[in-house]
Design a protein around this ligand. Structure first.
Ligand code: PHE
Ligand code: ZN
Length: 881
């Protein structure tokens, strides 16, 4: 924590460090209520630092127990110390060694930053500013040092001792019940990548030979009893390692790659050099306890952390404003990996759905910020969908604009030029500008300007002239601290579908530069003419979602339904149908607010029916087409004066209408998608389950009691978590008669499996019924509920706040008050988790006036508290600004 918590950090204030640390020797002696950390730092004044300049090291909540410089104990006047700062008043002008001893209490560390214990295992979390909770340091990403770590603990308490890099030596401490291990990491790294683990853990091992001929030992450490749940994670790791060699030419660079799964973790996982620490949710999987979605999540997160070894670790960030340099790029890389492992179209649709449901609302509300922010009060609050997911979209756009070859050349140049450095977005972009020859000046605005551009497209077709004219108009609304925006460089991938199912090729395109089928849209209004057309085209715009914009085209329902059935680009087939459905749902919401009955147009029903029955399409794709936009998506598209009850009513009625109108088709396909063989988590089998369970959702929400009854049968017959949890969700959310029995049976079966119990809490917290808030309140008193476990808190309170539109946004404001109160208490224990929970308020201004007033009152009540954490205050005040 910084001393003056009201002062923000600004990008333009960046200065290189006054001193450099070349090596760090850590000696960590662990005991339950006391850990002694001796840090020996080799320091040197930077050449442009005036001799005698004080050395100021960061700390957070630290207790100094010894201090010496070049072997001499420092006298009182030589330094000043506080929990958050150690200053050496007048350091030597030449190189010197500082030895610092701090004493910590890992058990008392409830923030889960720095050194803490999770279920008895000692572990660390240092990104972004956690290392300063372990020792005084230049805790900033541009301070790169070589680390050697000695860890010592009681053998009985912690038989396993892990550090970064390669193991050097280990053995007993003679005459004691203790032992030690020494680890050395030859790669210079910033402190945020430091890690250490000590505990009584089981280990699953494998090995990998890199393309450079290095044999790497792979280990996954888990709590005893979970050894059987690591196969998928290990398999994903090996596939990631191979893929990064093949696709990006990147090989692993140490002799060991260790992964540790812990149960108390604020985030998903952490890419510490050679010692990744994971939330166990992203490691453990068995068919009995993990859904297909969990399997896909594990594959992605394992890959993501592994890919950080090059994009993040070998090349890191100069400062935290450059966070997207590692995160956006690494998300892009993990998305490409998953696309190659699975169906590219299905993966793209899933990613765009996530972007629209998480990032678009962020960009549209008070928490909007650029992909590269210029100012922060608390960096923890910038691990956002904008930095991660929009950051990945920006890299994807870059690839789209310069083409695959130049993109790979640019990446190669980036790795060659910046290996071993802490660098910036400017340096990254310069590599692609050089590799492609394209001026990226305007493109770089994607990193600077917050908000989702609206791209309007009008089309005129002139038959005799064989000409199609598209007029693009881009608009970017003001966002916090950015009243005026400049036009963006937007890649728009376009195809022209002819009436006979074939793509029409224009003889010429004027009005825009092109890269293959990508138009470069750069001006506020840009007119693009396609000439030499032999028939009427239906333009398929923004194929593959080539830019993160809100597209408003003038295509009518029949053109869109034509694309939904015929577009050569599968993403746009999905998108076309979604956009028809969205328009219908928005109209239905307006109708529901006036108590009108919801009807679905015959053309739309026919499109759904065609999709359900179309065996030429892969089941996973059909499942996505049949899933209606979520309530939050509808609310986002409506954009103002939202009544979440009307949204819910409209969507429910709409789903029922479809379920009833095409019941026989749904039922037949549901039967056809039964398991063919034994459970397997592969993409094809998962796709069949996804389709079947999507249809189950319709069956459970239709009017036919026989269809409803199938849900219970499905639950009882299920032999894997995907099917069991799908049925439990429908039973609970549709409030079907078998609900209570199913919830009880599930609880009984999974009492001892924490990750499965998270799902049990979550499914109840997201039920769209008036009694849910009361139920959630009760569940906070359930013996399995714990405010100290972030996964459990997210499963119950987080899911209620972010995943239950109608109940969090209750008209009486009770949902807001409950979440605000809970977050307020949580803030005393774990500020990072509390602040994240409060971001559920980010769309409050888009609500109708009554709810808006309740939400504002809850936020103002928190803002008036005097002892909020920096994390919480930052979110609450930005929400109110
Ligand atoms: N850097 C981690 C990732 O994206 C996320 C993380 C951030 C984890 C901060 C812990 C703390 O892979
Ligand atoms: Zn990451």
């Amino acid at each position: 924590m910084r001393p003056d918590t009201s002062a923000p950090v600004r990008l333009e204030d960046y200065r290189a460090p006054a001193y450099r640390i070349s090596t760090v020797h850590l000696d960590i002696r662990l005991a339950p209520r006391s850990a002694k950390v001796r840090a020996r730092l080799a320091l040197e004044r930077a050449s442009d630092t005036a001799p005698g300049t004080p050395l100021v090291l960061d700390g957070d909540d630290l207790r100094l127990t010894a201090l010496s410089l070049d072997g001499r104990v420092l006298a009182d006047g030589d330094y000043t110390v506080a929990p958050d700062r150690l200053e050496i008043v007048s350091p030597p002008t030449g190189p010197f060694t500082l030895e610092i001893e701090t004493t910590l209490d890992p058990d008392a560390n409830t923030k889960l930053m720095g050194l803490y214990r999770s279920n008895g295992t000692y572990c660390t979390q240092c990104e972004a500013e956690g290392f300063r909770r372990i020792t005084y340091f230049l805790d900033r990403p541009d301070c790169l040092a070589v680390y050697t770590t000695r860890i010592e603990a009681r053998v009985g308490e912690a038989p396993v001792l892990l550090g970064n890099g390669n193991p050097v030596e280990s053995g007993p401490v003679p005459g004691t019940d203790r032992h030690y291990a020494i680890w050395h990491d030859p790669h210079p790294k910033p402190a945020y990548l430091f890690a250490m683990v000590a505990g009584d853990l089981a280990c699953v091992s494998d090995s990998f030979r890199t393309c450079e001929g290095r044999d790497v030992a792979l280990n996954i450490y888990v709590e005893h009893g979970n050894e059987g749940a690591c196969d998928w994670a290990m398999d994903s790791l090996k596939r990631s390692m191979r893929w990064d060699e093949e696709v990006f030419g990147r090989a692993y660079d140490l002799d060991v790659f260790n992964i540790v799964a812990v149960s108390d973790f604020n985030m998903g996982a952490m890419e510490n050099k050679g010692l990744n620490i994971f939330n166990d949710k992203y490691v453990l999987a068995r068919p009995e306890t993990a859904t297909d979605q969990d399997y896909a999540g594990i594959e992605t997160v394992i890959a993501h952390e592994y890919f950080h070894n090059w994009t993040g670790n070998r090349i890191t960030c100069r400062d935290w404003f450059q966070l997207c340099l590692k995160e956006g790029l690494t998300v892009f890389r993990d998305q490409e990996f998953s696309a190659d492992m699975r169906s590219r179209a299905v993966k793209r649709i899933a990613d765009v759905r996530l972007l629209k449901s998480h990032q678009f609302p962020e960009d549209a509300g008070p928490l909007a910020h650029p992909v590269r922010p210029r100012l922060y009060h608390e960096i923890n609050n910038f691990y956002t969908a904008t930095v991660y997911e929009k950051g990945a979209e920006v890299v994807r756009m870059l690839k789209c604009l310069i083409g695959d070859e130049a993109f790979r050349a640019g990446m190669d140049l980036y790795f060659r030029r910046h290996d071993g450095e802490a660098t910036t977005i400017e340096a990254f972009l310069a590599c692609f500008q050089e590799a492609s020859g394209l001026d990226l000046g305007q493109f770089s605005l994607w990193y600077e300007q917050a908000g989702t551009p609206v791209l309007k497209v009008d089309s005129v077709y002139e038959k005799e002239a064989g000409r199609l004219t598209l007029t693009f108009r881009q608009q970017l609304a003001p966002s916090p601290k950015q009243p005026d925006k400049k036009p963006m460089h937007i890649p728009v991938r376009v195809g022209l579908m002819g009436e006979n199912d074939e793509e029409l090729a224009p003889a010429a395109i004027t009005g825009a530069d092109t890269t293959g089928d990508v138009l470069h849209i750069r001006t506020p209004v840009q007119t693009v003419v396609f000439s030499g057309l032999t028939g009427r085209p239906v333009p398929s715009l923004l194929r593959g979602f080539s830019a993160p914009v809100s597209l408003k085209s003038d295509l009518n329902e029949s053109d869109l339904l034509f694309l939904a059935a015929h577009d050569k680009d599968p993403f746009n087939r999905w998108e076309a149908l979604q956009s028809v459905v969205m328009t219908a749902l928005i109209a239905a919401t307006a109708g529901a607010a006036r108590q009108e009955a919801v009807t679905v147009s015959p053309a739309l029903i026919a499109a759904f029916a065609a999709n359900v029955a179309d065996d030429s399409l892969e089941p996973a794709f059909r499942a996505l087409c049949l899933q209606l936009p979520g309530e939050a998506d509808i609310a986002r598209e409506i954009g103002h004066d939202v009544d979440p009850d009307a949204v819910h009513a409209a969507r429910t009625a709409f789903r029922r209408a479809i379920a009833d109108d095409i019941a026989p088709t749904i039922r037949a396909t549901y039967e056809a998608m039964r398991d063919e063989a034994e459970f397997s988590p592969d993409a094809r089998s998962a796709g069949r389950r996804a389709l079947r369970n999507t249809l189950l959702d319709y069956l459970g929400h239709g009017s036919d009691p026989a269809g409803n009854l199938l849900v219970q049968t499905h639950f009882e017959a299920s032999d894997n978590m995907t099917d069991r949890f799908a049925a439990l969700s429908v039973l609970t959310h549709a409030a079907l008669p078998g609900r209570d029995a199913a919830l009880a049976a599930y609880e009984e079966r999974y009492r001892a499996v924490p990750l499965a119990m998270d799902k049990w809490f979550m499914v109840q917290a997201t039920a769209p019924t008036a009694s849910t808030l009361e139920r959630v309140r009760q569940l906070t008193g359930h013996p399995a509920f714990s405010a100290g476990n972030p996964n459990r808190v997210r499963a119950l309170i987080g899911a209620f706040a972010s995943g239950n539109q109608s109940q969090f946004n209750r008209a009486d404001g009770a949902g807001f008050d409950f979440v605000a109160d809970f977050a307020r208490d949580l803030d005393r224990r774990n500020p990072q988790a509390a602040a994240r929970m409060m971001s559920a308020f980010r769309s409050w201004r888009a609500l109708e006036p009554g709810r808006r007033a309740h939400a504002e009152a809850a936020l103002r009540r928190l803002a008036a508290e005097t002892d909020l954490s920096v994390d919480m205050r930052d979110i609450v005040e930005r929400c109110l600004q």
